[in-house]
Design a protein around this ligand. Structure first.
Ligand SMILES: Nc1ncnc2[nH]cnc12
Ligand SMILES: [Zn+2]
Length: 334
């Protein structure tokens, strides 16, 4: 297919960590603004440090980088820069994660973080025509108690967030550890989702479905190792928010040519394309689509189905979902 065509397809992004959109240039600017000394000489040195061997090697650098984010204005600027990238890539709707504990653990108020992110998202609706939702994600390498405290902290702001997620180091931190936190979050009206089957085994996807009662799986690429699980995911049209460039950078797959996203799509799974932490993984939404065309031979039909899936799997109202799906499939003047 014509690679450029991807740019014109309307798309929704459903798996994006706002802290993972911190480009080295902005990291330096914020460090200067906040009087913080970075352990890098320049932006080239930062980019050179982005050689990851697995998820943990990335997370160590990613959590350190987030230290430059201090004020609401910092979170606003970070989010606004990402939204401009959305505009450029024709991402018309985005559902973004933020990790409150990454910030509250170093003394930044929950409200400071949310205020900045939400402010930029509100302005983007008006100025860029981009719709959005916020999902707060618990760090699974921290305790259940810490996640509970975070949930309590979030309750007064419930109306500004649509759901809860579970992220950070996966192996050794199974979803079952957070069963009670998710039960409480669901009761408070948060829609549940979780990272599962990125590095962790298919068993973690089962746990996320059964114990956390998630409506979306983030990543989920290891589901393919368990045919019965794949059957269930396909039958239920359970969305898997897949992140191709991320998976290659973190060595889940050796190259994009080895990725299973199109196999899963062709089997009937509701897979979607997402950029995860684009500042660290080498590209935003369209770069992921382009990689799939160039290295995996994605056809136009497959690209349109992936774009339509992204709206199907979103938390947009049904009528909007349907209208965007028709456009993505080329039935509505895309
Ligand atoms: N790919 C990823 N997996 C788990 N936690 C994350 N936090 C940010 N990106 C992540
Ligand atoms: Zn992620």
């Amino acid at each position: 297919m014509d690679v450029k065509m991807n740019g014109n397809l309307p798309k929704a992004e459903l798996h994006l960590h706002i802290e993972g959109t911190l480009e080295p240039e902005l990291m330096f600017a914020l460090a200067e603004r906040n009087g913080i000394k970075l352990p890098y000489k320049d932006t080239e040195a930062i980019r050179a440090a982005y050689q990851f061997t697995n998820l943990q090697s990335f997370l160590d650098i990613y959590y350190a980088g987030a230290g430059v984010l201090q004020t609401s204005r910092d979170f606003y600027d970070l989010t606004w820069a990402y939204l401009e990238r959305c505009k450029a890539d024709n991402v018309v709707h985005t559902e973004i994660f933020f990790d409150p504990q990454t910030h509250t653990e170093r003394g930044i108020d929950f409200e400071t973080v949310l205020e900045g992110i939400d402010g930029a998202l509100s302005d983007a609706k008006e100025k860029l025509g981009i719709t959005s939702h916020i999902i707060m994600s618990f760090l699974r390498h921290l305790s259940e108690e810490s996640a509970m405290e975070t949930l309590e902290m979030a309750l007064p702001y419930k109306d500004r967030m649509i759901g809860v997620g579970l992220d950070s180091s996966e192996a050794g931190f199974p979803p079952e550890m957070f069963e009670r936190v998710f039960a409480k979050a669901r009761k408070a009206g948060f829609i549940p989702m979780a990272h599962a089957g990125e590095e962790g085994p298919p068993e973690y996807i089962h746990q996320a479905l059964e114990l956390l009662k998630v409506v979306r799986i983030d990543h989920g690429v290891r589901a393919i190792e368990d045919p019965k699980l794949m059957e269930r995911l396909i039958a239920e049209r359970m969305p898997l928010t897949v992140c191709p460039l991320s998976n290659v950078k973190l060595k889940v797959f050796e190259t994009l040519a080895d990725h299973n996203i199109l196999d899963m799509l062709d089997q009937g799974a509701c897979v979607t394309v997402n950029s995860d932490d684009p500042a660290y993984f080498g590209g935003y939404m369209n770069a992921n689509f382009e990689g799939l065309v160039n290295e995996l031979g994605m056809t136009e039909t497959q690209a349109r189905r992936l774009a339509a899936n992204s709206f199907e799997a979103s938390f947009l109202p049904e009528a909007e979902k349907k209208a965007w799906m028709a456009k993505a499939l080329g039935n509505g003047g895309a």
